[in-house]
Design a protein around this ligand. Structure first.
Ligand SMILES: *[C@@H]1O[C@H](CO)[C@@H](O)[C@H](O)[C@H]1NC(C)=O
Ligand SMILES: *[C@@H]1O[C@H](CO)[C@@H](O)[C@H](O)[C@H]1NC(C)=O
Ligand SMILES: *[C@@H]1O[C@H](CO)[C@@H](O)[C@H](O)[C@H]1NC(C)=O
Ligand SMILES: *[C@@H]1O[C@H](CO)[C@@H](O)[C@H](O)[C@H]1NC(C)=O
Ligand SMILES: *[C@@H]1O[C@H](CO)[C@@H](O)[C@H](O)[C@H]1NC(C)=O
Ligand SMILES: *[C@@H]1O[C@H](CO)[C@@H](O)[C@H](O)[C@H]1NC(C)=O
Length: 587
């Protein structure tokens, strides 16, 4: 109901805005906007000048600044700025133009106090956690749900082309710091933490926003910004829908989400994201890959991306930028697993040539969730078709990605992207993603031996004293060694607990405990929860990548609550972890 009103209003207002914009453009004789420059934050001379000016330390700042006038008026004023002989605009001129036409980054977001947040801690909150210091820590992190809640200023819906924010019907929890909008896959861990803390309505609002984006755009964008529209993020929405339905039993919500999720399933299984692959025995399988519909520098990473493509041919530049955007679509931006080899750099990025094992595991999980939703909703034919899709994907994953001598799965490399069905080989690289199929129970497929997975994980080099590292390569990229990320800890721990037998469950409890201890050590040292940690040093924030480490932090908080809720606080369970040798740093 709420959403129907929202959409209707939005469409009327959109029509009015377009009409006004068209009139003002024809009036002043400015060239009509093309789709490419419609969003002032996406592409074009204005964006290029600002992003290469060095006026902002972080490329994301400018693209998060709302317009104070129409895009047409801003473009016109930009074109009229004085330029030197080489066509460049000096920084003071550019800076004063920006302050006249743009508001501060994030000024179109307002803090929001969630109605379901009570400052009084409920009696049953983390009932198993009795240590007073840990309860005090959990209580202050619980308060962060209120600190991190936002709602869009009404202007975002009323005048959408003056905001890079995408209109959302409801309030939401941001990831933290520079991540000042709602993100797709982050929401999965945020929602779990919210539910544990009793903020079920806020959790549902977060998921409803994603469902609305899916209905509006045909896929769930990476985040709720125009510049995230041409790519998605790891497809975990069906899991979130499942959690909300479990918490609310809201059938209308389930029905609406189920219908929307069918569109998301098409998005990942048709188009360039789907690849048909020939197995060694001649069987043809269909698998999916990350493939962003984007061939320009990422607007929010413009000053990083632009120089990488500057000296290439136009076709090579377009492919490079697609591969960078596809790396961002994977959520793992960036890691050497997307490069030609572990010692290579961004210039060799080839994300679209890789069929990622975890993406196909997520889609298998989605297909099973869809079958369960269809059954719950009484749609036997849809249930049968999603069950068949899940079975076919599981067969493909086992046939092509499982490796019994290695004891884990691998991602695949396309031998020749122009060939269909494609031939592939297993990507010989040690990365936490190779173990994620355990999370969705793909270890139960015939021919897969779960105990060998636990053994190979133990000896992989990924398990460090203070968490599971993302890879064993010290590349300087943030999804590599020594960084450890909360979502990876969660999926590996849950997979070990559910499918790893006794040895797996014991390892899961240890891993959960050392992760909590590291989070707590960091909190004691700095008072902060951060987006990533160093797996070799308790409490130390992770580093590398394109921006300074961010605090907040949605998914870290979510996983903290989940581990405390599941395992309690039990320091004796934390030691000793298997002593796997530290990989030698590169260089
Ligand atoms: C909404 O944000 C715009 C900036 O985009 C600002 O000018 C306006 O005052 C804000 N409105 C409200 C009601 O806060
Ligand atoms: C984004 O997607 C739209 C729709 O497919 C397309 O027209 C546009 O060219 C894409 N943008 C870039 C920069 O590739
Ligand atoms: C990246 O690697 C290429 C090829 O090995 C090399 O030519 C280039 O200088 C490297 N770039 C950086 C920034 O290290
Ligand atoms: C079952 O779901 C399919 C889509 O998978 C839909 O076309 C069909 O109308 C649904 N049937 C019923 C009875 O709701
Ligand atoms: C399986 O893994 C082993 C050891 O890592 C490797 O030598 C072998 O080539 C892999 N098998 C396939 C089919 O890639
Ligand atoms: C948490 O407490 C409940 C009873 O209050 C108990 O049944 C459960 O086993 C405990 N869980 C842990 C991980 O200690």
């Amino acid at each position: 109901m709420l959403k129907a009103v929202f959409k209707q209003e939005r469409h009327c207002q959109l029509a009015a805005v377009v009409l006004v914009a068209a009139l003002s453009l024809t009036g002043v004789g400015v060239k009509a906007q093309t789709p490419a420059d419609q969003g002032i934050w996406l592409q074009g001379p204005l964006l290029t000048s600002v992003q290469l000016s060095g006026l902002f330390d972080d490329s994301k700042t400018f693209v998060d600044m709302p317009l104070l006038a129409s895009p047409g008026a801003a473009q016109q004023a930009f074109q009229a700025l004085p330029r030197s002989a080489d066509g460049s605009i000096d920084n003071p001129t550019l800076s004063s133009f920006i302050s006249s036409f743009f508001g501060a980054a994030g000024s179109d977001l307002e803090t929001y106090f969630p109605e379901d947040y009570s400052p009084e801690v409920p009696l049953d909150f983390l009932a198993n956690v009795t240590d007073p210091a840990i309860r005090a820590w959990a209580t202050s992190v619980r308060q962060l749900w209120a600190t991190l809640s936002r709602v869009e200023n009404g202007s975002v819906t009323q005048i959408p082309d003056q905001h890079s924010l995408l209109p959302l019907p409801d309030h939401f929890v941001i990831a933290g710091d520079r991540f000042r909008e709602e993100y797709y896959w982050d929401s999965y861990w945020i929602v779990q933490g919210l539910i544990i803390c009793g903020l079920v309505e806020t959790a549902q609002a977060e998921v409803q926003n994603l469902v609305s984006l899916l209905q509006e755009y045909g896929h769930v964008p990476n985040g709720a910004r125009q510049y995230y529209l041409n790519r998605s993020q790891p497809p975990l929405l069906s899991r979130m829908v499942d959690l909300i339905y479990e918490a609310t039993n809201d059938r209308d919500f389930l029905q609406e989400a189920f219908e929307a999720l069918q569109t998301e399933h098409d998005y990942w299984t048709t188009t360039e994201k789907a690849v048909s692959v020939r197995a060694p025995d001649g069987t043809i399988h269909s698998l999916s890959r990350y493939y962003a519909d984007w061939t320009a520098p990422r607007p929010e990473g413009f000053s990083e991306d632009y120089p990488l493509g500057a000296s290439l041919t136009p076709a090579a530049t377009a492919e490079l930028y697609r591969n960078i955007a596809s790396g961002a679509e994977s959520g793992m931006d960036f890691t050497v697993r997307w490069f030609s080899e572990p010692t290579a750099n961004m210039s060799t990025i080839r994300t679209t040539q890789i069929i990622p094992v975890e993406l196909n595991a997520y889609l298998y999980d989605m297909e099973r969730n869809m079958a369960a939703f269809a059954t719950e909703l009484g749609n036997a034919s849809a249930a049968a078709s999603f069950t068949a899709a899940a079975a076919a994907r599981a067969t493909a994953i086992t046939a092509l990605m499982w490796n019994s001598s290695a004891g884990h799965w691998f991602s695949l490399i396309l031998q020749d992207d122009s060939q269909r069905p494609a031939t592939v080989s297993q990507q010989d690289i040690v990365h936490v993603s190779d173990y994620l199929p355990l999370w969705v129970g793909l270890s139960e497929q015939p021919g897969v031996d779960a105990s060998s997975i636990v053994r190979s994980l133990r000896s992989s080099g990924l398990i460090q004293q203070h968490g599971i590292a993302t890879s064993i390569y010290s590349s300087g990229q943030q999804w590599d060694f020594p960084n450890a990320w909360a979502p990876m800890q969660d999926m590996i721990v849950e997979g070990l607990q559910s499918y790893g037998g006794e040895e797996g469950a014991a390892l899961a409890a240890q891993l959960a405990q050392v992760w909590l201890e590291s989070n707590y050590a960091g909190y004691q040292q700095t008072g902060l929860m951060v987006e990533k940690y160093d797996a070799t040093m308790p409490g130390l924030a992770g580093g590398g990548g394109e921006y300074t480490v961010q605090q907040g932090f949605g998914w870290t908080n979510g996983v903290m609550f989940k581990f405390l809720d599941t395992y309690g606080w039990n320091p004796s369970a934390g030691a000793p972890l298997p002593a796997t040798p530290l990989p030698s740093p590169r260089k």
